[in-house]
Design a protein around this ligand. Sequence first.
Ligand SMILES: [Zn+2]
Length: 529
Amino acid sequence: MPGRLLIAGALVRTGDPARPSVEAIGLEADRVAALGSAREVRARLPGAREIHLPGATLLPGLSDSHGHLLDLGQSLALLDLSGLSDPAQLASAVAVAAAEVPEWILGRGWDQSRYPGGAFPDRALLDAAAPGRRVFLERIDGHAALVSSRVLSDAGLLDIADPPGGRILRRADGSPTGVLVDAALEPARSLIPAPAPEALEQLLLAAAQRCAALGLTCVHDAGLDFDSLEALDRLAARGALPVRVYAMIRATDPRAARVRALGPRVGERLTLRCAKLFLDGALGSRGAALFDDYSDEPGNRGLLLCGGELTLALAAWMRAGFQVALHAIGDRANALALDALEQSLGSLPEADRADRRPRLEHAQVLRPMDLPRLVRLGAVASMQPTHATSDMGWAGARLGPQRLRGAYAWRSLLEAGAVLAFGSDFPIETPDPLRGIFAACARQDAGGGPVGGFLPEERLTRAQAIAAYTSGPAWAAFDEARGGRLCEGSRADLSAFSVDLLDAPASELLSARAVLTVVGGRVVHGPAA
Ligand SMILES: [Zn+2]
C-alpha cells in the first residue's frame, strides 16, 4: 500500500472550479488528502515522502478514452511500416524481417496515401521479398491488410466473391491484389497464431507501461477479446497494472455472452462494464458508411457491418447492466447508431433508461441534425483529435465540402451540449496525450500546417481539450465522483508535464514530456518509480 506523498514545486491545476490551482498536493494511500501551500500540506501530512518538480505543471490524471492495449503491445513488437513513403521501402522491410522471424511476418502501419500516385500496394511485392512466406501487414487504420499469396491461398481467398461487409481489391484481370478490407480480412487474420497466455500478459503490460510513461493514468480499451481480458485480470490481481483500464468487451467475441451473463465488474485497476459494437469501417479505406457516394469514388457508400439485429443486441447488453459503445465513422453509421440507441433505450422499462451514457466511438462524420439527437440520448462523443490532423489531407476528397463540415466537429458537439471524451485510437496514432491536445486546439500537423488550422472553427480552447482528457473520460466511465479532478478525497491519480498545458505556446506542447505519473498514490513513471 502506498503511504504518504507530498508533491511540491509544481503548479497544481486541480480541474476543480472551486479551487483551480494550488502550490502543493498531498496524497495518503490512494486518495488526495490535502491541497494548498507546501507548508499547509506538510503540516497536514507529517512524515510524507516529498517530490519536488520545479517548473512542472500537475493535472488530474489524463485518460485515453479509446485505445487498444493489445494492438499497442503487438505494434511495439511488430514491423513498423508507418511513415514509409514508397512501396519499395515496405518490400525491403519485409525482406529484412523474413531473415529474422521464423514463421509469420506481421507488420502494420502502411498507408498508400503517402505513396507516389497513392495506389494500393500489390502482393507481388511481398511474394518477391519473402517468397513462399506468410505475410500479413495491417493498414494504418486496422481496417485493411495487405497479405501474401500464401496467406490468400491458406485463407481460401484466391478465387471467391467479396464476402458480405468486406472487399477484396482486385487487379485488372480480376485476381486479388492481396489487399483485404474489413470483413474480407477476417479469414486471413484468423490464421495468425494467438500469443500464449504469458506472452499476452507481456504484450499488455508493455503497452500499459508505455501509456504510463506518456502521462496517462487510465486507458479505455475499445474492444478486448476474452483472452486479453483474462490476462488483464491476472495482471490486475497481481497489482502489476501501472494504469487503470476501463475495458470494453468486443460484442462479437465468441465468449462475449459469458461476459454478459456474469454482469459488469468494477475494480480498482480493471473495470469491465462496457460492450463494443461496430457499425462500419474507416474513412481512409472507404469503409465508413455514408448516406451518399464517396466524393472520390462514385457508386461506393462504404460498408455497414450490422443490420436490424443491432437494436436487440444493444438492449441485451443494457439489460445486463452494461454501457454500450458503438464504433461509428460515416454519417450513415452515426445516424443508424442513434436510431438503434433510441429504439433499444425505448425497449427498456422507463426506470432503466436514464443515465446509460452510451458512447459513440469516433463520431467522426455527423449530419447537423444528429448533434442534438446525440445530446438528447445522453451519449458520449468519444473522439480522437489526431485522427483529424492525420486525415485532413484526404478527408475533403472522400467527403466533399458539404459533409466535411460535420467531420471531426468536436467544438460543434461541445456547444450542442455533448460530453467529449478524447483518446488516440492507439496504436493507429501515438498514445501521447500532448499530441492530442495540440491537435484539438491547433488542428494543425506537427509542422504547423495548414496555416490557421484545418476547419479552424472546430478548434478547442486548451481548457476544453484538457477537460476532454480528464473530466470527460471520467464521466464516460461513470467515475466522475472519484476521478477527473483533484480535490480532497478524490483518487490519487495525477499527471505532471514539463510545461503548463493550459498556457504554454502550442509549439511547446510538441516538445514537452510527462515528468511524473501517479496512479492510486503510487508513482508509475518519474522519480523513484
Ligand atoms: Zn479503435
